[in-house]
Structures are given as C-alpha cells and as structure tokens.
Design a protein around this ligand. Structure first.
Ligand SMILES: [Zn+2]
Length: 131
C-alpha cells in the first residue's frame, strides 16, 4: 500500500549577523573567506568569532584558498523547495589547499580526488573540477 504524502517544506536560514558580513561580501567579490586566529594561526571555516583551540578572540578574515581537492560529492535529483528550477546539480565537500573543508556547488564532472578551483558566483561557493 502506498499513501499519498504531504509536501515537505524545508526552510534554510543563513546567519546574517555582523560576524558573517565579510563572508557574504567576499562571496560577492568571488572570494571565499574564513577566519584565522592571530595568536595560534588556526584557520576556520565556517568563520569563528573566537578560537576554540587557544581561546583567543583576535581573529582576522583571510581567504581559505583558491584550490583544493574534491573529497566527496552528491548529485541532487530530488531538489528541495527553492531549487525546483535547477537541473540536477552536484554538491561537494572540498578540502582546500589551506586545509579546511567546505561545502560547495560543483561545476563540471565530479570525481573524488579531483583537483578543483574555488570561486563564487556572488552567493554560492563554487568548485570547478579541473580537466
Ligand atoms: Zn587560536
């Protein structure tokens, strides 16, 4: 027996507090930014207000790297609300050249272990698979 379902609505919220303003402004310029602790030099993505490693609060905004390696990916065919107008798309996890992991929108044919370049289209982190 199959029962008819009800629509599943998922609401995504993005932090808009001042902490993340440089991140969103960076995406508009095509840059992907994280924060780095000035005391112990640890790089964080997503950006952190304080350093969990040394408990310092002197953080600065830095690029997380322009390239990386595609660690894994998932092809999305059942698109969530708000993405109905896209063709199927691929979301990946990339480890950047500076050693942080981030989620991104994959451009090109994905392959685990592939080298990718990181950029932004103004509102999303893109990783383009290098041929
Ligand atoms: Zn630190």
């Amino acid at each position: 027996m199959v029962m008819d379902g009800i629509p599943l609505v998922m609401k995504y919220t993005f932090p808009a507090e001042d902490l993340y303003r440089p991140f969103w402004e960076g995406l508009k310029r095509g840059e992907v930014l994280g924060t780095r602790c000035k005391r112990c030099n640890t790089l964080y993505f997503p950006p952190q207000r304080d350093c969990p490693k040394c408990m310092g609060s002197d953080m600065e905004w830095v690029g997380v790297g322009k390239s990386g390696e595609l660690m894994t990916y998932s092809i999305v065919e059942q698109k969530p609300q708000g993405f109905e107008n896209y063709d199927k798309y691929t979301i990946g996890i990339v480890r950047t050249e500076k050693g942080v992991n981030l989620m991104c929108w994959v451009v090109g044919t994905p392959k685990v272990g592939a080298k990718v370049s990181l950029s932004s289209d103004g509102h999303r982190v893109l990783c383009e698979v290098k041929a």
